[in-house]
Design a protein around this ligand. Structure first.
Ligand SMILES: Nc1nc2c(ncn2[C@@H]2O[C@H](COP(=O)(O)O[C@H]3[C@@H](O)[C@H](n4cnc5c(=O)[nH]c(N)nc54)O[C@@H]3COP(=O)(O)O)[C@@H](O)[C@H]2O)c(=O)[nH]1
Length: 818
C-alpha cells in the first residue's frame, strides 16, 4: 500500500479507537470497561490489536490480531512478555504503562529493524478495566509506512568511502581482479565517479586510484593472506587513507580523505620543529623527553640523542627538584608556570624560564607539549630597572626613594622600640668651584669619590644616599644620643674634606651637615628631612665645614619665610607694590640729575616691608622677573613726565638676566613710555658676573648699544670689583654707602672713596656716592671729586606724587637746599 494511503488509514484508525474509548467511559469510573471497548465492535481493527495484562505475576500478551502476530513473529495467545523479541516487548510495555499511568489512551512510535530494514510503527494503548476487576490494555499496532535500509543509512551518513569488492579468480584459482559489488556515496565522491558507473565494474578496467597496480597488488595479496592492511595514497593533491579487511574473497575497503589532517600534522610539525621557541614533549608518567625541537637543542646545548635519553629532572637544579615535581603533580590539561623556574643548560649555566604546557598524546604516550620562554635577560633587565629605580646612576648609592623607604622603616622600628633616629643632610662645600673650574666630568668623578668615602663609613642598618647634585644624606637607624650623631657628622666632614688626588691634581672640598633627630625634630620622613635641611642651611650660613643640629627657631624662621613667599605671590595681583623715587644730585651742576626708582611693598598686616627683605625671596621664587619688568615699565612711564634732563635709575636683579628677554623688555618699556634711552640708567651689582658672565656681558652690551646707561651698584663690596671695570665700559660707579658712612671718621674709607673717585676720573666714568647723610660727608665727597651723590641728606625715596616738589626744592642749588 502506498505510504499516503497507509498514513490516512492509520490516522482514521487512531481516531476511531480514541473516540470509542472515550465513549465507553462511564461517569464515576476512571477507565471504561474492557468489554465495551474491545469486544464485538472492533471489526477490521481487531487484526492490529494486542491485549496486554501487566498487573499479574508474569505480564504478557493475552490476545493478538493477525497483523500483530506477524509483527511479533509469534501466533500464540498468552505469550509472556519476557519471551517476546525485546524490541517488541519494550515498545508494548512502554506504551501500555504510560496509558495506565495517565488513565487515558496513550500514543507512541517505535522503530524496528527487520532484515536490515528500519520500519516505523505507531502504537496506541487503550487502558480498560475488566469485569473481574483487573486492568487490561488494548494496544493498536500499525506501520506508518516509513521504511529505509539501515546499511544505506549508515553508509550514507559518512563522508568516508565504503566499498565492498569481490575477488575474481582465474582458471588457476588465483585471484587476479576485483569487482565492486557495493559502494556508498562517500566512495563515489572519493573515486570521482558515480555509484552506477562504479558498481559491478572491474577494478582492472577502472581509472581511479584503486586500480593502480600497486594498490591492486596489495589487495590481491590480502585476499591470499586474509586479515587487515592499511595504505596511504597521495593522489590529485589529496591524501587518502585506505583500510582494507579481507574475508575470503570479499574485501571491504574504507577510504578516508585525510588531506586536512595531514596538513594539520604538517603545520604542527612546522610549528614544533621550526619554532624558534624551545619546545619539547615529555612523558607525563616518567618525565622522559619524547621529542625536542631544534630550538631546544640549540638553546640548551644537549645534542638531540642525549636530550631524548634524559628526563626533566636532569634540567632542573637540584634545589628545585621538589618544587618542580610538586608543581607537575598539580597541573591539569594545560599549564603556565606562574613564577620563574630555573633550568640547567648542558654547560651548567642556569637560565630562568617560563613554561607553557598542554597535555597531548604523542606516539601513543600521554605527555605534555611544552614551550619554553627564556626570561633570564628580561629578569636581569627588570632587576636592573628595579635597582635603577632605587639607586643613583652616577654613584650607585641609594637614591632619595630608597632613602625615604629606609628612613620610614627606621622610624617605625624606633617607634616600636623607643630608639632614636638621626638624619644627616650633607652638602659639599666648594663643589661648585670644581665643577665650574674643571668641568662636569671632573665634578662627576669627585662625586663618585665622595660617595665611596661615605659608603665605606656608613654600613649595617644605617644608610647613605645621594639625593641629587652635591647633596647626600645619611640615616642613622639607631643612635644612643645626639653626641653620637655629632661624632658621626664630624667624622664624615673630616673624611670628605681630606684632599682628593685627581690624576695628580689635588682637589680639596669640604662638607656641611645638618642634623635632625627623631623623636623631637619631626616624626615623619618629610618633617625630619626638612628639619635636617634647615640645620644644613644654618651650617652653610656659618661658613660651611661644620655640622649643626636643628633648632625650633629655624622652623619658625622657615615658617616666616614660607609666609612671606605666599604673601609675595599674591601681592602683585593685590596691587600692594608701589615705586618710590630718591633724587640723585649732580654736584658740579648742583641740581637733581635723576631719581633712583626703589620698590616698596605695603603689606596689609606687616606694613612696609623692606626690599632688602623681600627682593631676595622674590629672586628665589622667580617672581622678580615679572616684578622687575613692572618696575621698569612703571619707572619709564613716570620719568617720561619729568623734565628732559632728569634721568631715571632702575635696579636690575641678576635673575632678570637669566630670563633672556631682558633686552626686549627694556626696548618695549622705552617704546611704551616714549622715554629716551639716554635718560634710563640700569643699575646692576657685581653678583651679575658670578654666574654665566659671558651671556650676561653680552646682554649688557646689547642694552648699552640701545643708548641706555649702565651703572655698577654697591661698588667695592664684591670680591673683584676692579676686574669688572675691565670687562665692561660702565657709565657710572655707585660707591657703596658702607664707605660713605665712616668717611669722615675712618681714613681707610676715605682712601677707598678717593681711589674710586680717582679711578672714575681716569676711566672717564661718573662716580656717585650712596648713603650721604651729613654735610660733612657731602663736603668730603665733593673734595674727592665725586660727580654725584644720593642720600637721606637730600631726601629718602618718595612717592611719585612728590617728585614735582622735590624737583622744585632741589632743581637748583641742591646742596644748599639739603
Ligand atoms: N632689583 C631690584 N632691587 C631693588 C629694587 N628696589 C630696591 N631694590 C634694592 O633693595 C635694596 C634695599 O632698598 P631700599 O630699602 O629701598 O634702600 C635703598 C635706599 O632707601 C637706601 N638709602 C638711600 N640713601 C640712604 C641713606 O642715606 N642712608 C641709608 N641708610 N640708606 C639709604 O639705599 C638703598 C638703595 O641702594 P642702591 O640700590 O644700592 O642704590 C637695595 O639693594 C636696592 O637696590 C628694585 O626695584 N629692583
Amino acid at each position: 500500500m502506498k505510504r499516503e494511503k497507509l498514513a490516512s488509514q492509520l490516522s482514521a484508525d487512531l481516531a476511531v479507537l480514541q473516540r470509542k474509548w472515550h465513549a465507553a467511559v462511564q461517569s464515576g469510573q476512571a477507565l471504561p470497561s474492557y468489554e465495551e471497548v474491545m469486544l464485538g465492535s472492533l471489526g477490521r481493527l481487531a487484526d492490529n490489536m494486542a491485549l496486554l495484562e501487566l498487573s499479574v505475576a508474569r505480564p504478557g500478551v493475552t490476545r493478538t490480531g493477525r497483523y500483530v502476530q506477524q509483527w511479533l513473529g509469534d501466533e500464540r495467545w498468552d505469550i509472556p512478555l519476557d519471551t517476546l523479541s525485546p524490541d517488541c516487548a519494550m515498545a508494548l510495555v512502554q506504551v501500555a504503562s504510560s496509558a495506565l499511568q495517565n488513565k487515558r489512551p496513550y500514543l507512541s512510535t517505535a522503530h524496528f529493524v527487520r532484515d536490515g530494514i528500519v520500519q516505523k510503527y505507531v502504537l496506541l494503548a487503550l487502558p480498560t478495566a475488566s469485569r473481574w476487576g483487573n486492568t487490561l490494555v488494548g494496544v493498536y499496532v500499525n506501520e506508518d509506512g516509513l521504511r529505509y535500509n539501515l546499511l544505506d543509512a549508515i553508509f550514507s551518513s559518512t563522508d568516508d568511502g565504503i566499498v565492498s569488492l569481490t575477488a575474481i579468480r582465474g582458471s588457476d584459482g588465483r585471484p587476479f581482479d576485483f569487482q565492486i559489488v557495493h559502494l556508498n556515496e562517500g566512495a563515489s565522491a572519493l573515486l570521482q565517479q558515480s555509484v552506477n558507473a562504479l558498481q559491478w565494474s572491474l577494478l582492472s578496467g577502472g581509472r581511479n586510484f584503486l586500480c593502480e597496480p600497486a594498490v591492486m597488488a596489495r589487495l590481491l595479496a590480502l585476499v591470499d593472506s586474509g586479515g587487515q592492511d592499511s595504505l596511504s595514497i597521495d593522489t590529485d593533491n589529496r591524501n587518502l587513507s585506505l583500510g582494507v579487511t579481507a574475508f575470503g574473497d570479499i574485501v571491504s575497503l574504507t577510504i578516508s580523505d585525510i588531506t586536512s589532517l595531514k596538513k594539520r600534522e604538517e603545520s604542527f610539525r612546522l610549528l614544533f620543529d621550526g619554532n624558534p621557541m624551545p619546545m619539547w614533549v615529555f612523558d607525563a608518567a616518567t618525565t622522559e623527553f619524547l621529542n625536542v625541537n631544534d630550538a631546544a637543542v640549540q638553546h640548551y646545548g644537549y645534542d638531540r640523542d642525549a636530550f631524548l635519553r634524559m628526563t626533566l629532572r636532569e634540567i632542573w637544579p637540584r634545589d628545585e627538584w621538589a618544587a618542580h615535581s610538586l608543581a607537575l603533580l598539580q597541573v591539569g590539561d594545560s599549564y603556565q608556570s606562574g613564577g620563574n623556574w630555573r633550568h640547567l643548560k648542558a654547560d651548567g649555566t642556569e637560565i630562568q624560564v617560563m613554561t607553557f604546557g598542554r597535555r597531548v598524546v604523542f606516539n601513543d604516550r600521554e605527555g605534555f607539549l611544552v614551550a619554553v620562554v627564556d626570561v633570564t635577560e628580561r629578569r636581569k633587565a627588570e632587576a636592573k630597572i628595579a635597582h635603577m629605580a632605587h639607586h643613583d646612576g652616577l654613584t650607585n648609592l641609594p637614591n632619595r626613594a630608597l632613602y625615604q623607604e629606609r628612613l620610614q622603616q627606621a622610624l617605625e622600628q624606633a617607634r616600636g622600640g623607643g630608639g632614636r633616629v638621626a638624619v644627616l643632610c650633607i652638602d659639599l662645600d666648594l663643589f661648585k668651584n670644581v665643577n665650574d673650574s674643571f668641568g662636569h666630568p671632573m665634578g662627576d668623578r669627585l662625586l663618585r669619590c665622595v660617595a665611596d668615602r661615605l659608603r665605606a663609613q656608613i654600613g649595617g642598618n644605617d644608610l647613605v644616599a645621594r639625593l641629587g647634585g652635591d647633596e647626600f644624606a645619611v640615616v642613622l637607624a639607631s643612635v644612643a644620643s645626639p653626641n653620637e650623631a655629632s661624632d658621626v657628622a664630624a667624622r664624615l666632614i673630616e673624611l670628605v674634606s681630606a684632599p682628593y688626588d685627581m690624576d695628580g691634581l689635588e682637589v680639596v672640598i669640604g662638607a656641611s651637615i645638618g642634623i635632625a633627630l627623631a623623636p623631637g625634630d619631626g616624626d615623619d620622613c618629610d618633617v625630619l628631612m626638612r628639619s635636617a635641611d634647615m640645620a644644613l642651611y644654618r651650617a652653610k650660613a656659618a661658613g660651611g665645614g661644620c655640622h649643626h643640629f636643628f633648632e625650633k627657631e629655624m622652623d619658625r624662621q622657615a615658617q616666616r619665610r614660607r609666609d612671606m613667599e605666599r604673601d609675595l605671590r599674591h601681592a602683585f595681583a593685590r596691587g600692594e607694590f608701589d615705586l618710590h623715587y630718591q633724587p640723585l644730585i649732580d654736584l658740579a651742576e648742583d641740581r637733581v640729575s635723576g631719581f633712583e626708582a626703589l620698590l616698596r611693598w605695603h603689606h596689609p598686616e606687616r606694613g612696609m616691608v623692606s626690599p632688602a627683605d623681600f627682593i631676595p625671596i622674590a629672586e628665589d621664587i622667580g617672581l622678580i622677573v615679572g616684578l622687575g619688568e613692572w618696575v621698569l615699565r612703571q619707572a619709564c612711564l613716570e620719568a617720561a613726565r619729568w623734565p628732559n634732563d632728569v634721568k631715571i635709575a632702575v635696579n636690575l636683579s641678576p635673575v632678570q638676566f637669566r630670563s633672556r628677554n631682558l633686552v626686549q623688555v627694556v626696548i618695549s618699556a622705552l617704546a611704551q613710555s616714549g622715554l629716551s634711552p639716554r635718560r634710563l640708567e640700569l643699575e646692576i651689582t657685581e653678583s651679575l658676573f658670578l654666574a654665566d658672565s659671558e651671556a650676561n656681558l653680552a646682554t649688557l652690551h646689547q642694552l648699552r648699544s640701545l643708548g641706555v646707561r649702565i651703572s655698577m651698584d654697591d661698588f667695592g663690596t664684591g670680591y673683584s670689583s676692579l676686574s669688572y671695570l675691565r670687562s665692561f665700559p660702565f657709565d657710572k660707579i655707585k660707591i657703596d654707602r658702607s664707605f660713605v658712612k665712616d668717611l669722615t671718621e675712618r681714613p681707610d674709607c676715605l682712601a677707598i672713596v678717593r681711589a674710586i673717585a680717582g679711578l672714575g676720573r681716569s676711566l672717564n666714568i661718573t662716580t656717585l656716592a650712596e648713603g650721604v647723610e651729613t654735610v660733612e660727608q657731602l663736603d668730603a665727597l665733593r673734595a674727592e671729586g665725586c660727580h654725584e651723590v644720593q642720600g637721606f641728606l637730600f631726601s629718602p625715596a618718595r612717592p611719585a606724587a612728590e617728585i614735582a616738589g622735590l624737583l622744585m626744592k632741589f632743581g637748583h642749588a641742591a646742596s644748599k637746599a639739603a
